[in-house]
Write a protein that binds this ligand. Structure first.
Ligand SMILES: Nc1nc2c(ncn2[C@@H]2O[C@H](COP(=O)(O)OP(=O)(O)O)[C@@H](O)[C@H]2O)c(=O)[nH]1
Ligand SMILES: [Mg+2]
Length: 224
């Protein structure tokens, strides 16, 4: 397991790549001023002592969670993996946002991957449960959903449960670059209705950087 002593300032070490690993101009894209890996935890006992306001990211495996985190940070800090379902870790990153004080990003383990054994899926819940219910420092849970698929049973359950435990939730529909323009508004409305949200989900694309600025604004506002 990586430890605090292995911290690196990744945003400075890496020049331009982000998101999907393509080099693209960052001029129009909001990104973190600085980000460092802090620690991983496989058990609640390994959760770090809360320091900064925490923003957690949840989504089914392969939804584009790591790519979204990398886009916001402007560096490949979260692993993008083609073998989902292997890690059941929470990962903490210390992040200096484009504006405002330092915060922590918490990358929650992916869920709903059909090919992992049932026990692994069952392991997700208690770990994430412990995190979501025990952290007073948790300010926002960003629930990431594929814009083309929309919410399924697991997303409905997750959003319902977060509301039940009183955690502020922001739904993000990602991979919106794959959605024809005519299907954007219907996707927003369908997700909002299916999840009973009181605000529209945000549209996002790690490929184009679309949606990074409003997402950063929502994150910074929630952390205040
Ligand atoms: N077109 C498109 N592909 C994406 C986007 N975000 C992620 N992907 C792709 O989706 C796959 C899973 O991405 P990853 O970030 O590893 O997903 P994770 O398992 O949720 O962390 C990878 O092949 C990515 O290249 C996006 O916004 N647009
Ligand atoms: Mg990932």
């Amino acid at each position: 397991m990586r430890s605090v002593s292995s911290e690196r300032d990744i945003s400075r070490a890496v020049r331009v790549p982000y998101g999907l690993g393509q080099d693209r101009p960052l001029t129009s894209i909001m990104r973190a001023k600085k980000a460092t890996f802090v620690t991983s935890a496989a058990l609640p006992a390994q959760f770090p002592t809360p320091a900064d306001p925490e923003i957690a990211f949840a989504g089914r495996s392969n939804v584009g969670k790591s790519s979204l985190i990398n886009s916001l940070i402007g560096a490949k800090i979260a692993k993008t993996s083609s073998t989902p379902g292997h890690t059941r870790l929470l990962n903490w990153f210390r992040v200096v946002p484009p504006s405002g004080p330092e915060l922590a990003f918490v990358d929650l383990p992916g869920y709903g991957y059909a090919k992992v054994p049932h026990e692994m899926r069952a392991a997700w819940r208690p770990l994430v449960d412990a995190f979501v219910t025990s952290r007073d420092s948790l300010r926002l849970v960003v629930v990431i959903i594929d814009a083309r698929r929309g919410p399924e049973a697991e997303e409905r359950e997750l959003v319902e449960w977060l509301a039940h435990v009183g955690r502020p939730t922001l739904v993000v529909l990602t991979k919106v670059d794959k959605l024809p323009k005519s299907k954007r508004l219907p996707a927003i409305q369908a997700a909002r209705r299916a999840l009973g949200l009181d605000r529209d989900p945000l549209l996002f694309s790690s490929l184009t950087g679309e949606g990074a600025a409003p997402l950063w604004r929502a994150i910074v506002a929630a952390a205040r």
